[in-house]
Design a protein around this ligand. Sequence first.
Ligand code: SF4
Length: 326
Amino acid sequence: MAPGRLITWSPSVTLVPSRGCFNACGYCSFRLPLHQAIPLEPPEALAQLQRRPQALEVLLLSGEVAPGSPERRPWLGRLLALSRLALAQGRLPHTNAGPLSPREMAALARLNPSMGLMLEGLGPAYDRLHRRAPSKDLSVRLGQLQQAGRLGVPFTTGLLLGVGETQAERRQALELLAQLQRRWGHLQEVILQPWRPDGEQGRPLDRQERADLLATIALARRLLPPEVHLQMPPNLWPLEALPEALEAGIDDLGGIDGTDVINPAYPQPTPQQLERLLGCHGWRLRPRLCVHRAWWPWLPPGLRQRVQRLAVALEGPAASPAHHAC
Ligand code: SF4
């Protein structure tokens, strides 16, 4: 089978250190006002890890505290403590907690083999949604991606798509990411995330939305250097149409937990469902760690050795392709 027919995903568990956030993005149903948020304490975090023993990636997905506020230090302390807890449990933390100072990012990078921050997008539609979200200012986001490059942190970023932006604005955003990658080489994956409305029940993408997104995936594949993986969260795309997204250029399905804490109305497919569907279309699904193999040489020696050991545990002996009734 050609290597291009390989699709990766990361068995993951999401810990939310706090939903408290000083931003108020127009589309967010995750945040709580800072004074209402109850921080995640280590015993509860440990219980959540133990409920997902197979998840080697621990996604730390947090609301944000304003830089310079008195709560910033304990907030960072919690991220560091949860990262250490993940490592102590034989897992790998991947923190996505908004913009960080160089010192904060460097401290987390000593424990996190990879980290992430969405670019989100550029143009008036995003400006409107981010009116009350200082962290989402485009120059702040680009500065963070540069800082991660300077620090040599394997990084995940992405675009939130379908909030009213034009195809030209999508292209501009992808060109900015391509420039960053050519300069620093640290972008291991770009998530192309369809925005979906919240509610009791998810609303599937319609035909036109899908066609626009397929064009964007193909454009991203043309514009971004080939080492950058293109990621689609499989619960936000109609499962039966996933092969179309793969044909357009998606080669990674990201971290998959039992539920999606950001989009709980959109159930995650199981790895077995994905394997069966992909197998029927000639694709092979393979689990990976939060840091893609090409970026392992970037890691500090202790973290690199840990990653290498866990990869052996995750991948095991090469299995023969399964046969599926299609
Ligand atoms: S920064 Fe994240 S958590 Fe905070 S309001 Fe925006 S989307 Fe929600």
